[in-house]
Design a protein around this ligand. Sequence first.
Ligand code: BEZ
Length: 395
Amino acid sequence: MKTRRTFNSFVALGAMTAAVLSAAAPAAHAQNTGKVKVGLMLPATGTFAALGTAIENGFRLHVAERGGKLAGREIEFVRVDDESDPAKATDNVNKLVKRDNVDVLIGTVHSGVAMAMARVAKETGTLLIVPNAGADAVTGPMCAPNIFRSSFSNWQPGYAMGEVMAKKGYKRVVTITWRYAAGDESVKGFKEAFEKGGGTVVKDLGLPFPNVEFQALLTEIAATKPDAVYTFFAGGGAVKFVKDYAAAGLRRSIPLYGAGFLTDGTLLAQGADAEGLFTTLHYADSLNTPRDNAFRLAYAKAYKLQPDVYAVQGYDAAQMLAVGMEAVKGDLTKKAEFAAALQKARIDSPRGPFSLSKSHNPVQDIYLRQVSGKENKVVGIATKGLADPGRGCRM
Ligand code: BEZ
């Protein structure tokens, strides 16, 4: 609470006070020329483990491209495996903030864990960049001057697919997902646009995260006979869902659509069962822009792997940190200036350039992609420059 007051009053300082503060800058700056401690709170185990690795790879790649330093300061990493477990999240983030005294928090994948991180970041004034978790609340009611996202809100890809499927003329759709913030909000975004476009969600199916016993729900889909299905699953769960959907014989009778996490970073494991699937996301494998080609080449060289959306989001979290740190010449105590720099920045992302909304969420194109072989190929732009509404954000 004490730190938060300090941060808020810092934001409120007028130009005169700022000038006084910069007169004191040499002493403060001296403390800010050493290493920057970056707390990476990501899953290293569980259904989202591969997503955590890709984010960390992307982040480290950008730091390496800058010679291991941002704004002249070396980067030191402190890592915590959050296991995508919301019950352990507050303890885990407190370890980084209170025990390890990190300067910046980077995390995480799971929306429930990210909300705990945002709570602690807000209370302590610690800088937080979210490199995946789409929890709408993080850039909604929980928004704060020190909280940023390099990824998406759960609403964004869902909303874009709602528009696509309504335009395709589907009328009766069943949704199926994990019952937690990401699944619920993805479906909500989908429903908002789909129903605006004249469709109806006839059944909302769900199971607890991270369960993968889909059989009873697939039987229910077959019995309901909708025009199509919309889904949110990711990581290991997405692999199993796509395989089970095909094995149940549903691919032939009921078209399957999803937020792009359904087929991102998963295609090698899904094989032919994913072929032809349409999804919406803020990245695709075949953008073929000079920026994305350079990124993909560098990533493949460094890790002997193809990048995915998670790698891009990690890379862009490091780009955002670099933009903010350059603006304050490495002095991370200058939080208001850091935030102002990011607010007006255009991030040169492999996905295509993006800016941040007032609530600090990317305003970005959402692509319509189709699986072809081992790639999510771009079919077109589903929704151009889509901004999350940032409902409930007061900043
Ligand atoms: C989430 O929990 O927000 C999430 C997890 C994996 C992929 C996308 C979103």
